[in-house]
Design a protein around this ligand. Structure first.
Ligand SMILES: [Zn+2]
Length: 62
C-alpha cells in the first residue's frame, strides 16, 4: 500500500512505527507498521491508543 507522506507524531516501539496522518477527508488516521524485514505488518486504526496498543503487543511472524 502507498505510504502516507504526511506522518506526524511518529513513535517507534521496537520495530514498529506508529504514525498519525490526515486522510484528506477531515479525519486523522493512525497507522502501525512494522519495519522488520519479511514481517510486513501494517494496519490502520481509528484511535491513537489503539495503534499504540497494537504496536506494543505486536510479535513479528517472520
Ligand atoms: Zn513485525
Amino acid at each position: 500500500m502507498p505510504r502516507p507522506n504526511r506522518f506526524r507524531d511518529v513513535l517507534r516501539v521496537g520495530p514498529v512505527q506508529v504514525g498519525t496522518y490526515y486522510d484528506g477527508r477531515g479525519r486523522d488516521k493512525h497507522t502501525a507498521a512494522c519495519t522488520a524485514p519479511r514481517c510486513g505488518f501494517s494496519a490502520d486504526y481509528h484511535s491513537r491508543s489503539a495503534a499504540e496498543l497494537a504496536a506494543r503487543t505486536h510479535r513479528c511472524t517472520a
